[in-house]
Ligand binder design. Structure first.
Ligand SMILES: Cc1ncc(C[n+]2csc(CCOP(=O)(O)OP(=O)(O)O)c2C)c(N)n1
Ligand SMILES: [Mg+2]
Length: 184
């Protein structure tokens, strides 16, 4: 299964959860499949999606789903220990593991050789780490919390860049969070 199919499956299952997405092609694919004000496309900083999402989940009650990449998470492994330490019920980190830096030419990452992100997450203290490699597996696990590692094939969809300025992405996302908080 290609990453874009995994993202499509995830988006089909979600309703109004907050979504923080890894930079590069994952954000482009998500944007092309379905753009929502609840999506935060991380357009620049590699490795920070899991931490940004964790902070959001700890500061408000709505569920946060992070779409991260293997390369990006490998750059910020400490995030897993912090996720385990806080273990918010309203937080799910999904890692789309294509075993390469897919957005920049598919240079192999450490997961192509030996690194096992599910084992690393468990070792960091995350309870009940889930894995999936099929549409059915994704549908089943996407409604949970913690960490879900999805194995996908390399390859980027032929989709345009995210046609939305970073400032606009941020302000509409924050507006959406505040709107919900006011309604409580
Ligand atoms: C600090 C930093 N280093 C490198 C880059 C360049 N870069 C952008 S996306 C990317 C690959 C990301 O790989 P991964 O997180 O596995 O996601 P994939 O594209 O494979 O889905 C790289 C190296 C960057 N934006 N920031
Ligand atoms: Mg990758």
């Amino acid at each position: 299964m290609k990453r874009v199919r995994a993202i499509e499956t995830i988006v089909e299952e979600l309703t109004d959860e907050l979504v923080v997405c890894n930079l590069g092609f994952p954000s482009r694919e998500l944007y092309a499949l379905h753009d929502r004000e609840t999506h935060f496309y991380m357009l620049g900083s590699m490795g920070l999606a899991s931490s940004i999402g964790l902070g959001i989940s700890l500061s408000q009650p709505r569920k946060v789903v992070v779409l991260d990449g293997d390369g990006s998470l490998l750059m910020n492994l400490g995030s897993l220990a912090t996720i385990a330490n806080h273990a918010p019920e309203n937080y799910l980190l999904i890692v789309l593991d294509n075993r390469c830096y897919g957005s920049t030419g598919c240079q192999p990452t450490a997961t192509a050789k030996a690194a096992d992100l599910a084992a690393i997450a468990s070792g960091a203290g995350v309870r009940g780490v889930k894995t999936a490699s099929t549409v059915g597996g994704i549908r089943f696990h996407v409604h949970g919390s913690g960490v879900l590692i999805i194995t996908v094939d390399p390859g980027n969809a032929d989709v345009p860049i995210v046609d939305c300025e970073p400032v606009e992405i941020r302000s509409r996302f924050v507006r959406e969070i505040k709107r919900r908080l006011r309604r409580r």
